[in-house]
Ligand binder design. Structure first.
Ligand code: ATP
Ligand code: MG
Length: 236
């Protein structure tokens, strides 16, 4: 079963073709890392998948359904995204984790039981990512590493099927990088989440990827298990 299927994806920005007929399939529960030179279109690809940006032709299927057929809110629940620099809203850590949950309840009257259930979920996920002691802190005042944990919790609380990670550890110091990398691995594997993980760090791509895709000038030119890739020929 393919969880993500990208078929002949093309996208222009202005008159420049950024994605040039890109193909990639990712199986359920698999982690595929994407490496490739700066400007090759890695972030643009991720943004097309959860429709932060539109594509021109081709298609992207999530769980067999085109992203164009999903309701956008539903798509962003199923497909979580974490960026290099965490985006924190004004408010507490708890508010930041609950953001997506509350968004999906806007305009609805939420019963008391559901509120209690949401509180429990927030505490559980905060514990899983290691920020249970910061729930009432101002989110924007946390360190980048702590904020990245909040960003992860915000995505994970929606129980996504897919996570898109755009260099999630590259703004961190080496110790935090290792911690967050291991945390992401543990969480996505235990929850069976399918992952596309963009990284500049070839060593990381080999460590965490079940398979690695090499991207060049708007195309995936190679996808294979790390052991089979001729790394000396991969220029990133
Ligand atoms: N909004 C935009 N307007 C104009 N050009 C853009 C825009 N977004 C992306 N591009 C261009 O598209 C190309 C691909 O950008 P993208 O951010 O996807 O690359 P990337 O592979 O993620 O690079 P990096 O490794 O530096 O993050 C780049 O040449 C970039 O300048
Ligand atoms: Mg990028």
């Amino acid at each position: 079963m393919q969880m993500i299927e990208i078929i002949s994806l093309k996208k222009k920005i202005g008159s420049r073709e950024i994605l040039k007929g890109l193909n990639l399939s990712v199986k359920k529960g698999e982690i595929v890392t994407i490496v490739g030179p700066s400007g090759s279109g890695k972030s643009t690809l991720l943004r097309c998948i959860n429709r932060l940006t539109e594509f021109d032709s081709g298609d992207i299927l999530i769980n067999g359904v085109s992203v164009r057929e999903y309701n956008p809110l539903e798509l962003r629940r199923i497909v979580g995204i974490v960026f290099q620099l965490p985006v924190m809203f004004d408010g507490s850590v708890e508010d930041n984790i609950a953001y997506g949950l509350r968004l999906s309840n806007v305009g609805k009257e939420v019963e008391k039981e559901k509120m209690i259930e949401m509180e429990k979920e927030i505490k559980k996920i905060a514990r899983e990512v290691g920020i249970e002691d910061f729930l009432s802190n101002e989110a924007t005042k946390l360190s980048i590493g702590e904020q990245q944990r909040v960003a992860l919790a915000r995505a994970l609380i929606l129980k996504p099927k897919v996570m898109l990670l755009d260099e999630p550890t590259s703004a961190l110091d080496p110790k935090n990088e290792e911690n967050i990398e291991n945390l992401i691995l543990k969480l996505v594997k235990s929850k069976g989440i399918t992952v596309l993980w963009v990284t500049h760090d070839v060593a990381q791509a080999r460590r965490v990827g079940d398979r690695v895709s090499v991207m060049k000038e708007g195309r995936i030119i190679l996808t294979d298990i790390p052991e089979k890739i001729a790394w000396e020929e991969v220029y990133v």
